[in-house]
Design a protein around this ligand. Sequence first.
Ligand SMILES: [Zn+2]
Length: 125
Amino acid sequence: MTEATFWLYDLKIEVIATDKPMVCNHQAGDYFLVEGENIIFGPNGSFPLYPLAALLPLLPAKQRDTDASDWISTDAVIACPDPHCGGQFLISRTTKRQFTHAETTGLPDQRGVPYWDKSTGNTSP
Ligand SMILES: [Zn+2]
């Protein structure tokens, strides 16, 4: 039996500058990554809470294939929620990562070894 699989894009969210100064503690070039369910902060190790909160609802949609006519497919630059801040955020789809249903679901009768536990050699759900 073949396992049911699906794909998600990995994302890079990078701060870009405009002609307005930054208000928040994000600088041009700062970034974080999204890989599956995980957020990985860039070298500076942090990202301000309020722009992160504004970006979070968009990220699961950006991880998935969307219709070419859908704005979520074409629009990649999001403004900082602080109207006085010059920061903008470029969301890029970087690569695709494949998951199985069993390694990601919480449904007890369909649950396999979590994807994050496979590297430990664990083979039981
Ligand atoms: Zn900002």
